[in-house]
Design a binder for this molecule. Structure first.
Ligand code: 5CA
Length: 442
């Protein structure tokens, strides 16, 4: 992509409304545009990161056996009357009437709708376990939308829903999502700690929040430092092996970890002083086991091996991709801007032409641009006529992992500078060596 053809509305000044660094940097880097309180458009750079986050989530959901569907954003109130949540949900739910005066709502979550799908088709325990997920916009009329996409009213959610014949099956399904989450967040360059959590309006008795430690986090959390060095399950984890998955969950739930609401002072005092980590955290995922809470009132049952009907045992599993984009920035930035982990970077490389119009610089940039494209690397080529200082500032602000800097002096002796955004290290590389390594990476 040529920057001269791109839409990257960079802000020079710090936006006054932004209280935390991720909100400030997302606005300054032209990733999002606020449309109303807690509602944002995603501009090209932001949309690219959001898509990369969703891709990782999809891959890990699929790996763990979940099946992707897509349910509507607008739901019928009747379904929510069946579960009893229509009245319970309160003002957070955006209620709408259609032209026939029918009560509708903008979905804050989808337990009812997915249970309706399940009960319409599934009759036998032989069709279980089943895990259906989607990635869809939600609306919650939060009292205090703030911190940009971190706590917004309209936000993207990956929500998965599992159906099993009994508690044992449901527990295994819960464990698979638990392990899948550990892999998901690690792939985004984040260290997420699963903590015992409150269930709130979703209900149920077993729940974990996945928390990223950050000073700007909204939750107070307490955990054992051991979490910081636990090994994250690898790509070859066998999600069909319940014992293996259970072993990983045990390992990741043994040291103490709890959110404020679930904090147990008596258990906390037993954690050695040097292990205690009391910090602020951002909730990026939340999983729930709620058993028959929805299946019973909504009549979602299957015939078991005993020939009798059983209400299915359920759970739901949320991740906030839009919040995650902000959380990644909270965890990875410096004074100059964002530092994207490679897996979610909007482009792999920034190619900076220090002197557009100079025949040598232009020709070398075109050559490198073509080589990267051919190797399947996504490049943002700064071919604009901005001053070099402004170009460097933009490149640092938008945080691409690598910057390749082409100037007249280098063109003269066949070299370019390669800068690593994270370490700030700059290497002078021979053009032919760089080209060879790009080709090799293809
Ligand atoms: N139905 C369940 C799980 S599918 C559910 O709704 N869970 S939740 O309420 O915990 O939300 C799931 C995830 O969505 C949260 O962990 C968080 O990452 C994200 N999320 C929730 N509220 C917001 C919000 N106001 N702004 C941005 N992300 C949010």
């Amino acid at each position: 992509m040529r920057l001269s053809r791109y839409f990257l509305p960079i802000l020079k000044e710090n936006p006054r409304e932004a209280e935390i660094v991720s909100h400030r940097l997302m606005l300054r880097a032209g990733m999002i545009r606020q449309q109303a309180a807690g509602s944002f458009s995603w501009l090209p750079l932001g949309k690219k990161v959001l898509d990369k986050v969703c891709k990782i989530i999809r891959e890990e959901q699929n790996r763990a056996g979940a099946l992707e569907i897509l349910m509507p954003t607008i739901q019928s109130a009747d379904l929510w009357r069946e579960s009893g949540r229509y009245d319970d949900y309160g003002k957070e739910m955006l209620r709408i009437k259609d032209r026939h005066e029918r009560d509708m709502l903008f979905g804050p979550t989808n337990e009812e709708m997915v249970t309706e799908i399940f009960r319409s088709y599934v009759r036998s325990y032989k069709d279980l376990p089943l895990n259906l997920y989607h990635i869809q916009w939600k609306f919650r009329d939060e009292v205090r939308p703030r911190f940009g996409v971190m706590r917004s009213r309209e936000f993207l959610m990956k929500d998965a829903y599992t159906f099993d014949i009994d508690f044992e099956g449901a527990r295994a399904a819960y464990n698979r999502m638990f392990v899948s989450y550990l892999r998901t967040f690690t792939r985004m360059g984040l260290q997420a700690i699963p903590m015992r959590a409150d269930t709130g309006p979703i209900g149920g008795d077993l729940s974990h929040e996945f928390i990223i430690l950050a000073e700007t986090g909204e939750s107070q959390v307490f955990c054992d430092r051991d979490y910081l060095s636990l090994p994250v399950p690898g790509e070859n984890t066998d999600f069909t092996n319940d014992a293996e998955i259970d072993g990983i969950v045990k390992e990741w739930t043994t040291p103490y970890a709890a959110t404020d609401e679930m904090h147990d002072e008596a258990a906390w005092t037993k954690v050695p002083e040097t292990h205690k980590l009391s910090a602020r955290g951002i909730e990026v995922g939340h999983i729930f086991h709620f058993g028959e809470k929805y299946s019973k009132p909504m009549g979602a049952k299957v015939t078991g091996p005993d020939g009798k009907d059983h209400f299915v045992s359920g759970g739901s599993y949320g991740i906030g991709p839009s919040r995650l984009v902000a959380a990644i920035i909270e965890a990875s930035h410096d004074d100059n801007g964002i530092i994207w982990p490679e897996a979610v970077a909007p482009f792999d490389v920034g190619l900076i032409n220090m002197k557009p119009g100079d025949a040598g610089c232009d020709a070398l940039c075109e050559k490198l641009y073509a080589a990267y494209e051919k190797a399947g690397k996504d490049v943002l080529y700064d071919d604009t006529d901005q001053r070099p200082g402004a170009k460097f500032a933009t490149a640092d602000l938008i945080g691409l992992p690598w910057q390749v800097i082409v100037g007249p002096r280098g063109v003269g002796d066949g070299t370019v500078e390669v800068k690593n955004r994270r370490t700030g290290e700059r290497d002078v590389r021979k053009v032919e060596d760089l080209l060879a390594s790009v080709e090799k990476a293809a």
